[in-house]
Design a protein around this ligand. Structure first.
Ligand code: 3HC
Ligand code: NAI
Length: 650
């Protein structure tokens, strides 16, 4: 099948793009589209053209694989200008996603029709760039400046019905898209044609709109450049003539395309797409998972149950007794109620989610589940007892998974009659929100069990990363080194608040000490105490000193910081300074960038050790863990991506 083919339905030409997997606008496709516009203009029998895509989606955007290379003609803005200037009107017929350059092509068409579940958007900022072919210039002319700012600065797509409401799409069609688009084109030919998007008038918001947006976006972006640049492009688009705005947008696009942030975001884009289907599992069929069980309805069990329900799986939740069952179900219910309050679910959807989950203390209810995820107390004896019971109650082929954070999965699996079906599935809290899933096989884990872990991640919309067995797997092990590095700086005299501020400047939502105050210092403390009790060499940390003094974080009114009653604002603490004074030598001050460089280098060094030991399979996996589990700023690409370049990226 040629990349672009032209068929005829009477006087309507149907231009079909077939460039798998997502019809990205490669150089060859741009060239073929340009030629199609020429061909159709020269054909006296054609009165209109429908632009359709084969496969799973409309054009998903520019070809991101070309971004590392010099742009090759024909350039997309010229192709779109040619389509817009065509003597016969073009109708974009959208299914799947019309994203970035894909939406820009559609905006160059005279009309846009879409099926109801299609979505359109300008996700360029998520790749560290701005639209480069008129997205910020034509969108406000069709949908207004406010909608254009929202689309271009957040990168979030909208569904077809919303796109129609804001004026970006002319009609939402039912049934066969090809036939509907042809019918739409015929009808349109019977009426006066609207002008092309480039010639439409645009309402100019007052200056306060822009300053308000600028402040809000800068706060959200935390150092990320592209969203503010996208705002500048939309402002230019409504305040300057069309041609000037196109030049401004293209220059901004080209400058950002070569930036370190764009390179980092592209790297993450491809790492995320590679993660769910690792090469070493190619050809290994996962086991079907149609029903799932969760043991333990606490923080993690409830979150995991919610995540499984979000993916449509019926769930059996097991707790210790009826009272605990009721508590666990109430926790799951609260998760869905929260989602309703935030507008993420309707009441009916929340009710449906709950209807698909049954709670019981009786393991017999697990007789027919395909997968069980254990999330009981972090105690080896409790976990072993649970798996001993699962071995007798579940089908012999059911996958049995543990969500342990720190215990050795091999020790949990001891005595299982069929350890080939055992695996660690380490979720992050809140489990229904956090995208990361560490998948931890034991030596006996069968390939199809491992593949099932990855398949589950795909169906839950998680980013899976395979981890080997060591204390803390990949993420918590790096977290430990990061915290130790931060404490080392405090011991050198660097102010606690300066370290947190440095990491916020770097792009984290919170610094290491603020984050501990929020989550509680006692969990890591208890784990260290356990290691000490087991005779492992575990030096006293500054955090230990605080916990021993009763300072466990916000929940006890203070941790690394003091907190005014009912307040969450961290206040530097004289008590803490006094408590740790004997361990602090010197009064070093460091610039914020140097603090961040040091701590990121610590993370990268631990990452390098993790790779060398085979705990992680690829540096990309480590970066995905940090980005999706620990709030590492995505636009920096992760500690491994930055390795060797820390300090030059700022
Ligand atoms: N360029 C090149 N390859 C792309 C691509 C793109 N824009 N978008 C997706 N792909 C590739 C993926 O890498 C993957 O390749 P693989 O099979 O070899 O791993 C394959 O297409 C399928 O991608 P997904 O696994 O993501 O498929 P889904 O069906 O889950 O999702 C999608 C489809 C929603 C289109 C999703 O791929 C997506 O969001 N793509 C990115 C869209 C985007 O960011 N577009 C803007 C590009 S920038 C731009 O257009 C600039 C312009 O203004 C000039
Ligand atoms: P939690 O204390 O909130 O919940 C544990 C639940 O397990 C309780 O509701 C308890 O009643 C139940 N339970 C205990 N023994 C049971 C048994 N024999 N049968 C059925 N239910 C039983 O603990 P949380 O935080 O949910 O942690 C659970 C597991 O998840 C632990 O292994 C923990 O290390 C791990 N984990 C925790 C994370 C977190 O952020 N809290 C993150 C990732 C993993």
């Amino acid at each position: 099948m040629p990349i672009v083919s032209i068929a005829r339905e009477g006087d309507i030409a149907v231009v079909t793009i077939d460039n798998p997997p997502v019809n990205a606008l490669s150089q060859a496709l741009r060239q073929a589209l340009l030629e199609a516009a020429e061909t159709l203009d020269a054909d006296p029998d054609v009165r209109a053209a429908v632009l359709l895509c084969a496969g799973r989606t409309f054009i998903a955007g520019a070809d991101v694989t070309e971004f590392g290379k010099p742009p090759q003609p024909p350039h997309l803005p010229d192709v779109i200008a040619r389509i817009e200037a065509a003597a016969k009107p073009w109708v974009a017929a959208i299914h799947g996603s019309a994203l970035g350059g894909g939406l820009e092509v559609a905006l160059g068409c005279r009309f846009r029709v879409a099926v109801a579940d299609a979505s359109v958007g300008l996700p360029e900022v998520t790749l560290g760039i701005v639209p480069g072919a008129g997205g910020t210039v034509r969108t406000p002319r069709l949908a207004g400046a406010v909608a254009a700012v929202e689309l271009a600065t957040t990168g979030k797509p909208v569904r077809a019905p919303k796109a129609r409401d804001i004026g970006l799409v002319d009609a939402v069609v039912r049934g066969d898209l090809r036939a509907a688009a042809i019918a739409f084109a015929r009808e349109a030919l019977g009426k006066p044609l609207p002008g092309p998007a480039s010639r439409r008038a645009v309402e100019v918001p007052d200056p306060a709109f822009w300053t308000g947006q600028e402040a809000a976006i800068a706060k959200r972006a935390r150092g990320e450049i592209a969203p503010l640049k996208a705002l500048a492009c939309v402002r230019h688009a409504v305040e300057a003539p069309f041609d000037d705005a196109m030049v401004f947008e293209r220059e901004t696009f080209l400058a950002l395309r070569g930036s370190a942030q764009a390179a980092a975001l592209r790297y993450v884009f491809f790492a995320e797409r590679a993660a769910p289907r690792p090469a070493h599992l190619a050809g290994v069929a996962p086991l079907p998972v149609r029903r799932a069980g969760v043991i333990g309805g606490g923080t993690m069990g409830a979150g995991i149950a919610a995540a499984l329900r979000d993916a449509g799986l019926p769930v059996t939740l097991i707790e210790r007794d009826e009272e605990a069952v009721a508590r666990g179900l109430a926790t799951v219910g609260a998760i869905f109620e929260g989602a309703v309050k935030r507008g993420r679910l309707t009441d009916a959807q929340a009710a449906d989610r709950m209807a698909g989950i049954s709670g019981t203390a009786d393991h017999a209810a697990l007789a027919d589940v395909d997968l069980v995820i254990e999330a009981v107390f972090e105690e080896i004896g409790v976990k072993r007892a649970v798996f001993a019971q699962l071995a007798t109650t579940c089908r012999p082929d059911a996958v049995l998974a543990t969500n342990t954070s720190y215990l050795d999965p091999r020790a949990i699996a001891v005595g299982l009659p069929n350890p080939g079906r055992f695996i660690g599935l380490h979720f992050f809290s809140p489990a229904n929100i956090m995208k990361l899933l560490e998948i931890v096989p034991v030596p006996e884990t069968a390939p199809e069990t491992l593949a099932t872990g990855f398949a589950l991640a795909r169906s839950l919309g998680k980013v899976p990363v395979q981890a080997g067995i060591c204390e803390g797997f990949i993420g918590n092990r790096i977290l430990k080194r990061y915290r130790a590095g931060a404490e080392a700086l405090v011991r050198r005299g660097v102010a606690i608040a300066a370290i947190d501020a440095a990491m916020r400047d770097f792009g984290f939502a919170m610094g290491p000490f603020e984050a501990q105050d929020l989550g509680g210092l006692d969990i890591a403390f208890l784990q260290r105490e356990g290691a000490r009790a087991a005779g492992r060499d575990t030096p006293e940390t500054l955090g230990d000193i605080l916990v021993r003094a009763g300072r466990k974080g916000q929940k006890t009114g203070g941790g690394w910081y003091d907190y005014a009653p009912g307040e969450r604002k961290p206040l530097p603490s004289v008590t803490v300074a006094e408590l740790i004074a004997p361990a602090v030598a010197g009064g070093e001050t460091l610039p914020r960038a140097a603090i961040a460089d040091y701590l990121v280098a610590e993370m990268a060094a631990e990452g390098a050790a993790i790779l060398a030991e085979g705990i992680a399979r690829r540096p990309e996996d480590i970066d995905l863990v940090e980005i999706h589990g620990y709030g590492f700023p995505r636009w920096r690409g992760g500690p491994m991506h930055l390795r060797g370049a820390v300090g030059t990226q700022r």
